[in-house]
Design a protein. Sequence first.
Length: 475
Amino acid sequence: MNTLKFYIDGRWVEPVTPRTLGVVNPSTEEVFATISVGSAADVDKAVAAARKAFPGFAATTRQQRLTLLDAIIAQYERRAEDLAQAISAEMGAPIDFARNEQVASGEAHLKRIRKVLETYEFEHKKGTSLVVREPIGVIGMITPWNWPLNQITCKVGPAIAAGCTMVLKPSEIAPLDAIIFAEIMHDAGVPAGVFNLVNGDGPTVGDAMSRHPGIDMMSFTGSTRAGILVAKSAADSVKRVSQELGGKSANILFPDVDLAVAVTKGVNKCFGNSGQSCNAPTRMLVQKGQMPEAIRHAKAAAEKFKVAPAHLDGPHLGPVVSEVQFNKIQDLIESGIKEGAELVTGGLGRPEGLNRGYYVKPTIFANVSPDMRIAKEEIFGPVLSLMAYDTLDNAVEEANNTVYGLASYLQTKDLAKGREVARKLRSGCVYINYPAWDTALPFGGYKQSGNGREYAEYGLDDVTEIKGIAGYEAA
């Protein structure tokens, strides 16, 4: 694997200034790989390659890009196990979860955008005029560590479909899957300069990309704090900025639900990926009179989770990604205890028998009030807050009582009522009764959860410019 090089202009190249960083396995706390980290000079080289490649790639036909996506999908499938092993080691996803969820999500996005491209309307007549969607140009992509391939593919796929060129900076915490992905793009025959990879940190490489006048759009997924910095850096060049940021999603359990089923599914959804999902339903809103029963079910569901090293087979929770993340979660758990929330299960420290690795106890808090930090801040770990409501209107008000607006969840037997409440929620995604994941729906948030949308044609819309050609036909 080309861990000490960057992929620029169709070749693996040395960094301009040699500088390295160790990649830590969160299951063991040990460095297991070393990558090069780049500089503004490396970004300059990558952007120059992307700009050079753009006119030719933008002029390719729909069929040529469909054929290219087919080749990328084939190579992705060929390298699936390599990708799974990398993700499991670098960010702590249990190996079965890495295969069946992490890697599978990337393949799903590539196949979805390939299907969208077959019929996507790049132009349409409007009277005697023509409205055209054209590739925006060079896209700078910054992707996170928690769902690395999901976010790489739902950015790269639409860019390829549109005819854009790109520079990718993956998370320096979990970079190995992206290096393999670059090898996939090379082996698939992606033209030189269309896809470029520069590893590095946000303050150096990410900022250089955001400020670069040769980049036409920044597509960023990560924390709200970092997203704000990207937007500020991008402002001077007036480039488009699409952001998918943090979340603090509410899960409203209507009084008519089967509490045992709804609570158990809610806990499982919250704890998936060790709680490291921006759309995780971390606030469970339960009718006040049902709180004692909900607590019992939540405790039972949480205590069924086994926590173990990521390389082991079978269903379990792995570690969180890093020492920084572990300490942040411990601080928030401690704040919940100090602020008077009821600790139902879990709590501070590692699970019994795990003395090394960034393992967090699956934790349930009950009777959480809106002013507590655990009710307001994104925890990004296996920690669920149970909150009581009086009426459904109160529940909707509390669900919207957040600076975020990525996702909301509803559980009810009354679908008509669920639809009515869904329209009142200020979030980009609403999930009624735990539906299956759907790559055809738009993904993105309101408020401080970001702007722009990803997935399917919505991601393709985001990476195109709209041109109106008046007088295209004679009057």
